[in-house]
Design a protein around this ligand. Structure first.
Ligand code: AMP
Length: 282
């Protein structure tokens, strides 16, 4: 497996399957690489994993400063999962000085739902900028993204369609810890107490399945999160693609949660989501 920092060395790997990450890789990221490896459309194309902590998508400088950086271990995860290349560029390779790409309109799902877009202003502008730029450098035929970041997945799908980027976007289901907590690079910031309270997030998503209306599902999720002492940013059921509100009597949607958990002296922000469907009455 190759570790590449200079984009000029990527030429032999054009047309591959791309897995963009910010490093601090865990079993969720490894699953993305394994899914890339097993894609029927892959036909022996190389798998390229990027490790790049993109400053333009952080709305909080403290969050950027403390984001874990573990390149050596990341390379090992990629090697074991079956990647051909780890692309770990420096900031100047991704954003050369003086290069200004023209501003583009973000898709509606990046600005209208009032979910991550409202709670992390500027985040999706940074995500779209880096994904567009990495696609330009890596020139993949397909790119794999986790459902863990559901709104991000919809934003990237919409951007690829809107800008006709010619890259197939492949979603991969969320990988979880044994108690249901979604794996995340930020979980290392959880104290043992915060870690056990954080399990309420996936618990709330599960429990929401028992509710028969959208408002009841939302209320139930909020109740569970508050009972665990979490600070709720949102706990909603939305239309899965547009992420806009649903009528109260909708029977299917995506349940999405963002909550903060106190850990030691600070707060750790976690997000998760799951399919929501009213089960037929027995
Ligand atoms: P990140 O390094 O956090 O930017 O994530 C890189 C990719 O890994 C994104 O497509 C995420 O959605 C995906 N990802 C992160 N955590 C998980 C998880 N627990 N299960 C599946 N995919 C994940």
């Amino acid at each position: 497996m190759q570790v590449i920092t200079d984009p000029a060395a990527l030429g032999p790997y054009f047309g591959g399957v791309f897995v963009p990450t910010m490093g601090a890789l865990h079993a969720g990221h490894a699953r993305l690489v394994e899914c890339a490896r097993d894609l029927p459309a892959r036909r022996e194309a190389p798998i390229v994993v990027s490790v790049f902590v993109n400053p333009t998508q952080f709305n909080d400088p403290a969050d950027l400063a403390r984001y874990p950086r573990t390149l050596e271990a990341d390379v090992e995860v990629c090697r074991r999962a079956g990647a051909e290349v780890v692309f770990a560029p420096g900031i100047s390779a991704v954003y050369p000085q003086g290069s200004t790409s023209p501003p583009r309109d973000l898709p509606a799902v990046a600005t209208e739902p009032q979910l991550e877009d409202a709670h992390r202003p500027g985040h999706f502008a940074g995500v779209c900028q880096v994904v567009r730029r990495l696609f330009e450098l890596v020139r993949p035929r397909a790119a794999v993204f986790g459902e863990k970041d559901w709104q991000q997945l919809q934003v990237i799908r919409a951007m690829s369609e809107q800008e006709d980027l010619g890259v197939e976007i492949v979603p991969v289901p969320t990988v979880r810890e044994h108690d249901g907590l979604a794996m995340s690079s930020r979980n290392i910031f959880l104290s043992p107490d915060a870690r056990s309270r954080a399990a309420a997030i996936s618990g709330a998503l599960c429990e929401a399945g028992a509710a028969r209306t959208v408002p009841a599902a939302q209320a139930r999720m909020r109740e569970i999160l508050l009972a665990a002492g979490l600070v709720v940013e949102y706990a909603v059921v939305r239309e899965p693609r547009t992420l806009m509100p649903l009528p109260a009597d909708a029977t299917h949607g995506r349940a999405l949660i963002a909550a903060q958990v106190r850990s030691g002296a600070g707060m750790v922000r976690l997000i998760d989501n799951a399919e929501w469907r009213v089960s037929p009455e027995s």
